[in-house]
Design a protein around this ligand. Structure first.
Ligand SMILES: Nc1ncnc2c1ncn2[C@@H]1O[C@H](COP(=O)(O)OP(=O)(O)OP(=O)(O)O)[C@@H](O)[C@H]1O
Length: 366
């Protein structure tokens, strides 16, 4: 794979608000075509980081470079903002038609009337808004208004796009439809993106990299499966919820009975995904059963793997077992089961879980 050029590079950023340091980031970068999600609890500094990357936040220290060039004048910041677009949780539409709202960024950038008309028509169509072009933006539902704000952002054909919880409070089907539309355009046009989200499924589905923030700092970043399966500390482990997340590829689908290939093994699950689809298989630790002998073949669990206990750690009333079954798998057992089964690190076991316990999330190709 060729080395991708960094689009954005941020160095030594410190932001103080009300005498308190709310952001302290030694470095952060975004590559060409990359999709990064920022996750973290309320107040972690995610929105402040987005605003800082665009020079929209007063900072104590820090520099931003774009395509290797330091941004060091007001004209440079304006040029950077012209190449980017931002979508916020609030659609912030002005009191005019849907068409005018989508056209607004293009007028600001000085495009001619004919070009604006064509461009707006293209993006209204891509976001399924053509039939409401002349509707008042004031009379839209929450989901429609978000669609308009997305169309407006994409219409300027940005090189980088920033999303600050653009789908919060939308019902799951609307959210799913919007993320799919957005994902398609991002891939088609090779746009780099940073998404702030509280929805980890969304972060998994969309991103090539997840950045976990807490108290103004980046505490971990990496490919989604690495962050989910190998949290660097207790904070990240608690925050990401400790589900097992495995990268795989669907190899067959017969009447929605799906087989996914994961690290050379086959996993049975259910769903609509077709062969060739890249997916994450998410398995909650409470759905994994551990036994020391081969369990009765008549169990309803479709997935059964020999393995061994790689690591044991305490989780209050439970013990958390990290199992090595050729792929990592996390399971919870009670202290009583742990003693009865005479489990210990290194012990050989069988792990099983039902096909219906595997939650599939489509994954962006690397
Ligand atoms: N105007 C302000 N004055 C003082 N402190 C502020 C101000 N705005 C934000 N902060 C503080 O900066 C920190 C980072 O806030 P920020 O909004 O970036 O967090 P976030 O991770 O985006 O949170 P959320 O998930 O709640 O949107 C928080 O501690 C917040 O209280």
């Amino acid at each position: 794979m060729t080395q991708q050029q960094n689009l954005l590079d941020l160095k030594e950023l410190r932001v103080d608000r009300g005498g308190v340091t709310v952001l302290d980031i030694p470095s952060f970068s975004l590559s060409e075509n990359e999709f990064v999600s920022l996750i973290g609890p309320n107040g972690a500094g995610k929105s402040t980081l987005l605003l800082s990357l665009l020079g929209l936040m007063k900072r104590q220290t820090g520099s931003v470079s774009y395509r290797g060039r330091l941004i060091d004048s007001q004209a440079d910041w304006l040029d950077l903002r012209r190449r980017t677009a931002m979508v916020l949780q609030e659609p912030l539409l002005f009191d005019s038609t849907v068409f005018d709202n989508v056209a607004s960024g293009l007028k600001l950038r000085g495009l001619g009337r004919a070009e604006i008309k064509t461009r707006v028509a293209t993006y209204l169509e891509r976001f399924n808004l053509t039939h409401m072009a002349q509707r008042s933006a004031r009379k839209l539902s929450g989901g429609e208004a978000r669609r308009v704000s997305l169309a407006r952002a994409f219409a300027v054909e940005p090189e980088v796009i920033f999303f600050d919880e653009p789908f919060a409070n939308l019902d799951p089907p609307t959210r799913q439809a919007l993320t799919e539309d957005m994902d398609r355009i991002i891939r088609d046009r090779g746009i780099a993106a940073i998404l702030v989200t509280h929805d980890q499924s969304e972060a998994l589905r969309m991103s090539q990299r997840i950045v976990v923030m807490n108290s103004g700092r980046i505490v971990q970043q990496g490919i989604p499966a690495a962050v989910m399966n190998h949290p660097v500390n207790e904070f990240v482990a608690n925050f990401v919820g400790m589900e097992t997340v495995l990268e795989g590829e669907v190899v067959s689908n017969r009447d929605q009975q799906i087989v996914v290939q994961v690290a050379g093994r086959e996993l049975d699950t259910v769903g609509d995904e077709q062969p060739g689809t890249q997916v994450y298989c998410c398995i909650r630790p409470e759905n994994v059963t551990v036994s020391v002998s081969h369990p009765d073949a008549r169990t309803s669990a479709r997935n059964l793997y020999p393995g061994r206990v790689a690591e044991v750690s305490s989780m209050g009333p439970f013990l958390k077992l990290l199992l090595d079954c050729g792929f990592p798998l996390t399971a919870y057992v009670t202290r009583e089961s742990f003693a009865n089964l005479e489990l210990s690190e290194g012990k050989e076991i069988h792990a099983s879980f039902k096909a219906t316990s595997v939650h599939l999330i489509r994954r962006r190709a690397a």
